[in-house]
Design a protein. Structure first.
Length: 63
């Protein structure tokens, strides 16, 4: 970047999302059954964002 290029000016390419959402069906949460952010092909116990946060709170406080 040089001084002639404005810092906040329009960019040549639009910004890309931080992560791509997978196409297809999503896996269900193993605790509540709500859809997760993971595709069904993911192995292991998948949790929805709410249950994932609650599980992190439980494990953080269990010492």
């Amino acid at each position: 970047m040089d001084e002639a290029t404005p810092y906040c000016g329009p960019s040549a390419t639009p910004p890309q999302p931080a992560h791509e959402q997978p196409d297809g069906p999503f896996a269900g949460c193993v605790l509540c059954g709500e859809p997760t952010e993971h595709p069904e092909s993911v192995k292991g116990a998948t949790l929805c964002p709410v249950c994932e946060w609650q599980e992190a709170q439980r494990t953080a406080c269990s010492g």
